[in-house]
Design a protein around this ligand. Structure first.
Ligand SMILES: Nc1ncnc2c1ncn2[C@@H]1O[C@H](COP(=O)(O)OP(=O)(O)OP(=O)(O)O)[C@@H](O)[C@H]1O
Length: 338
């Protein structure tokens, strides 16, 4: 019988050409357990990396940590490097240089991220001038071009509008246009389509896909919805209670989830990717359906504090089933062929 896939200790991907590297990132608030608990990942050029997980799993705090927008009382350790610059502990002026110009963020409630008392034109021109040497008239032209690039046809009217005069989908496009006009290399989109109608959601997803392809941007796409993630992302990091429990290519992860928590998320999936993926049958193990259990395979001598193991081919899973040797069971065909 052939050996089951031998896992390796986790190794970072895309090292060398990563645009953004996160290593052992921890976020804690005073007197409480960490809410982001030692996560690591790399973002490659032109990659769309999804961060999935249910409410409270630490997705938004991870995004905010990258933007340097966490509340002051948050204790942050680990490393976030963007183009060689360390962002954890960086001064406000370093963060201000990176924010907008290099890394931009789109929120679920974009309207609240726009200034209600300034026209879209003033806000776009201000952002462009803050990040370039453009004159006022050049910046105005660049703002119009950026709006047209995000498929806003009546750009002149929108430049004269205030945020409350635009729909939610239009506000999303405006913020994405701002990232384009400022030449950002990374776009962090935190649940950008959750508050939008389904048809508008698709338009925004299509737009993000085009921008990543045409403008060579990279994107971190935060969502609780694996259906939406399936539409847009290359890779997915599944987060649970502040940790990454599974990492891998989206298609493989959805078709063949390794971790019980990923299966739990998939079981709540609606029609976007059809039927929920079937739970894999692993005859030698009693897989727990309780995503809060430390050891998801019920090994008596496992304390549940399992590390993230890397399988051949690069998929990662936090499960003692995939630990090298320690819990080595007789492999199933399914595991061998993974
Ligand atoms: N300012 C804060 N002070 C204390 N705890 C916080 C703070 N902000 C977030 N948390 C806690 O950190 C945990 C992770 O929050 P986070 O917003 O990252 O979750 P999330 O996965 O993005 O969820 P959602 O999809 O609901 O936004 C939650 O338990 C939340 O209560």
């Amino acid at each position: 019988m052939s050996a089951r896939p031998r896992s390796q200790p986790s190794t970072p991907r895309f090292e060398g050409d990563a645009v953004l590297s996160v290593r052992d990132l921890r976020v804690a608030f005073p007197g409480a357990e960490p809410v982001v608990d030692g996560i690591s990942f790399d973002l490659a050029p032109r990659q769309v990396l999804a961060v999935a997980g249910q409410s409270g799993s630490g997705k938004s705090l991870t995004a905010m940590a990258i933007m340097g927008l966490l509340p002051h009382r948050a204790e942050v350790t680990g490393s976030i490097t963007f183009a060689g610059t360390e962002l954890v502990g960086a001064s406000e002026s370093v963060l201000a240089d990176v924010r907008g110009a290099e890394i931009a963020m789109v929120f679920q409630e974009t309207r609240s991220a726009l200034n209600p008392v300034l026209t879209i034109g003033k806000q776009l021109v201000g952002a462009i001038r803050a990040n370039s040497d453009a004159s006022a008239s050049q910046a105005r032209e660049m703002a119009g071009d950026a709006l047209r690039e995000v498929k806003i046809l009546d750009a002149d009217r929108v430049l004269e509008s205030y945020p409350h005069q635009l729909s939610g989908g239009m506000c999303q496009r405006v913020v994405i246009a701002m990232a384009l006009a400022c030449g950002s290399r990374v776009l962090i989109a935190d649940e950008p389509t959750t508050a939008l109608d389904v048809s508008v959601q698709r338009d925004i997803l299509t737009l993000l896909e085009q921008l990543v392809r045409d403008r060579e941007m990279s994107c971190i796409f935060v969502s609780h919805d694996l259906g939406v993630i399936d539409e847009i992302a290359d890779h997915v990091a599944v987060m649970h209670t502040g940790q990454i429990v599974e990492f891998g290519p989206v298609r493989q992860t959805i078709a063949d989830p390794l971790h019980p928590y990923t299966r739990e998320l998939l079981s709540h999936l609606d029609s976007l990717v059809g039927e929920p993926a079937p739970v894999p049958v692993v005859p030698d193990h009693q897989a727990s359906t309780d995503p809060d259990r430390g050891c998801d395979w019920g090994h008596e001598d496992c304390d549940g504090d399992t590390e993230l193991f890397t399988l051949p081919g690069g998929r990662q899973v936090r499960s003692c089933l995939y630990a090298p040797q320690r819990y080595a069971p007789t492999p199933t065909m399914q595991e061998v062929t993974r």
